[in-house]
Design a protein around this ligand. Structure first.
Ligand code: ZN
Length: 81
């Protein structure tokens, strides 16, 4: 397990960790592959990629996730079933 470097990607729409092998959907954005937990998330991303692709500022993203966790009790939002 220690040597198993399994890469997890973050669904930029809902913030869920997505296993590339189990991703429900994916898309290419600026040369990198983006994985999604659900097709709905991919559609939301495709409709407005710039809104979701800006996840570099950790302050904003962290605050967003905090708010999300508060609102959902730590569970993924409804988009993820
Ligand atoms: Zn999602």
């Amino acid at each position: 397990m220690a040597l198993n470097q399994k890469t997890q990607y973050t669904d930029p729409v809902c913030g869920m960790q997505v296993d590339p092998g189990a991703a429900a959907a994916m898309t290419q954005y600026h040369g990198s592959t983006v994985y999604f937990c659900a097709k709905r998330c991919q559609k939301a991303f495709d409709a407005n990629p710039q809104k979701y692709a800006r996840q570099k500022p950790k302050g904003f993203w962290g605050r967003y996730l905090d708010r999300l966790n508060k609102a959902t009790g730590g569970k993924p939002p409804s988009c993820c079933g």
